[in-house]
Design a protein around this ligand. Structure first.
Ligand code: ATP
Length: 236
């Protein structure tokens, strides 16, 4: 369980988040929706410990981690996939996975963890000796998700996993996220501009505008809301 309580984040004189309350539960997908600059990335970075709030608290499994640095939060099972497909592009696919696994708690031996990745994404097995930078956009996103899940996180923070991908690939990626979260009871927070897509898989969502939560509710309710439909329409 991840909770943000009255979290305010400032970058110098720029207020990125203001008094954010959010609760993301294990085994459920929580969507954070909003336009460019609404504060989605800041929220995920705050949860991961890369950005520290000016006020408010971040709780993991009920424990206050507001002052805990990012590397310690990572050992407590928090894993962030940042926007923009950050991979080691000149390294091989399997080398990227090995590196990610090396930073995890290593509950599963590498060979077994690799088998799980390849069962979910057989194309990565085919390309395992190729450079990560030579993969298509969709395959890179699969590798990023695999690099996150190979660490067996308890809390997975995904920043715009659908960015720039074809709808059929997005559907595949979201199906993986849903299965993973439900089967392992992982807490998942997905930040997305493409609200309609995210709400198809999310259980609950928050809509951010200029750093504030302007609406929250279960996914079915949000999907019908004008504010959410306007958000998606802007990116079609
Ligand atoms: P995007 O989809 O473009 O990443 P976002 O919803 O994730 O948008 P943030 O990146 O969290 O939004 O940005 C929220 C606000 O904080 C914006 O006004 C942005 O310009 C500002 N901001 C973000 N990072 C910094 C920073 N390092 N320094 C100063 N201002 C920042």
């Amino acid at each position: 369980m991840l909770e943000l309580s009255k979290v305010t984040v400032d970058y110098g004189s720029i207020r990125a988040l203001e008094a954010i309350d959010l609760r993301a539960e294990p085994g459920r997908i929580t969507a954070v929706l909003g336009a460019n600059g609404a504060g989605k990335s800041s929220l995920l970075k705050t949860a991961a410990g890369l950005v520290h709030p000016s006020s408010g608290a971040v709780l993991l499994g009920g424990a206050d981690v507001t002052r805990m640095p990012a590397h310690l939060r990572a050992t407590r099972g928090v894993s962030l996939a940042m926007e923009g497909r950050r991979l080691f592009r000149d390294m091989g696919v399997e080398e990227n996975l090995l590196l990610a696994w090396s930073f995890g708690p290593r509950k599963t031996p590498f060979a077994a963890a690799l088998e799980q990745v390849y069962a979910a994404f057989p194309i990565l097995k085919e390309r395992r000796h190729g450079k990560a930078g030579m993969l298509s956009g969709g395959q890179q996103q699969m590798l990023i998700l695999s690099s996150v899940t190979i660490r067996e996180p308890e809390c997975m923070l995904l920043d715009e996993p659908s960015l720039g991908l074809a709808p059929i690939i997005v559907a595949q990626i979201f199906a993986f996220i849903t299965d993973y979260s439900r089967s392992r009871r992982t807490t998942v927070v997905v930040a997305e501009q493409m609200a309609v897509m995210a709400l198809r898989v999310a259980d609950y969502g928050y809509v951010l505008r200029r750093g504030k939560v302007v609406m929250e509710g279960d996914a079915a309710t949000l999907a019908k809301a004008d504010i959410v439909n306007q958000l998606s329409a802007a990116y079609l």
